[in-house]
Write a protein that binds this ligand. Structure first.
Ligand SMILES: C[S@@+](CC[C@H](N)C(=O)[O-])C[C@H]1O[C@@H](n2cnc3c(N)ncnc32)[C@H](O)[C@@H]1O
Length: 271
């Protein structure tokens, strides 16, 4: 099945109104300064505004289509902006900043926005990610990331939901979108549950009758509790500074059913 990161144009269109997280990370970046490592930078949804704010950035992602779109967007910027950005194709579980032969780590801030760490399905992969991010930071540098923590009402839904009619930006065809999901044991077993989501795209005619082939897109997210995150951070030499239950800055209280976004800020300890 396809991945949402195969169609970067549709990705940008679907998340064009997701602005609160961008604003949140911009504020954090202004507070901490750069250089900034944007891990799972995708199409540059965050990288470009940060670049325009004057920061220096390295963006890392493994999806060719997402990186190609980020590169195309960079190309359209003035040379003075472009010179402060570098895109790298790499896996977030093996970030290329650890080797003793490579130059010293130089990032004051590392970001992994929009649930990116949840692509690591096992504790071992999560630890590889956190250790790699810590290795890329200067002492005292910050790592900020967010996770999707679906509310029980969302998890309890059975069958397709979220029906939305839209015009596919690439094909121009009217299309009906629905989403369905279930929780499955991940590679770590029942203690590492994974939210397996399927996005269904059905091209339709003017009367919403199916026309042409439907497309299914699969997305899997490891579900993570704040206590698990804290333990993994500690093992990677990172200390939790703050956590929030939304991009409006509300505190993280796990008893709150309305909390869907968990945001974490950790610092690399001085050794
Ligand atoms: C939800 S998108 C977020 C993109 C961007 N940070 C944003 O906020 O729009 C998750 C990104 O993580 C990337 N990704 C997933 N697994 C990865 C891996 N193992 N290594 C590197 N990138 C990965 C995907 O290609 C995708 O671009």
């Amino acid at each position: 099945m396809r991945s949402p990161f195969d169609d970067a144009e549709l990705y940008d269109w679907e998340y064009r109104r997701r602005r609160a997280d961008v604003q949140f990370y911009r504020t954090l970046a202004d507070e901490r300064g750069g250089p900034i490592l944007d891990i799972g930078c995708g199409t540059g949804r965050l990288l470009l505004p940060l670049l325009r704010d004057g920061h220096t950035l390295v963006g890392v992602d493994r999806a060719p289509a997402m990186l190609a779109r980020a590169a195309a967007r960079l190309k359209r910027l003035p040379a003075a902006h472009r010179r402060r950005a570098l895109l790298l194709r790499a896996d977030l579980r093996a970030l290329p900043f650890r080797s003793r032969r490579s130059r010293r780590p130089r990032f004051a801030l590392a970001l992994a926005a929009f649930h990116t760490i949840q692509h690591c399905e096992t504790n071992a992969d999560l630890l590889r990610f956190f250790r790699g991010a810590a290795a890329a930071l200067i002492p005292g540098g910050w790592l900020a990331f967010d996770t999707f923590a679906p509310e029980p009402r969302f998890l309890a839904r059975r069958g397709p939901s979220g029906r939305t009619r839209f015009r596919d930006p690439r094909t121009g065809r009217p299309t009906i979108y629905t989403e369905s999901h279930r929780i499955v044991p991940g590679p770590d077993g029942p203690n590492g549950p994974v939210l397996a989501m399927t996005f269904h795209y059905q091209p339709v005619d003017a009367r919403d009758r199916p026309r042409g082939r439907a497309r299914n897109v699969s997305l899997r997210h490891r579900l993570l509790q704040p206590t698990e995150i804290q333990s993994l951070l500690r093992q990677a030499g990172l200390a939790l500074i703050a956590s929030w239950g939304g991009f409006d800055g509300r505190p993280l209280t796990t008893s709150d059913d309305q909390t869907e976004q968990h945001i974490y800020l950790a610092a690399k300890g001085r050794r």
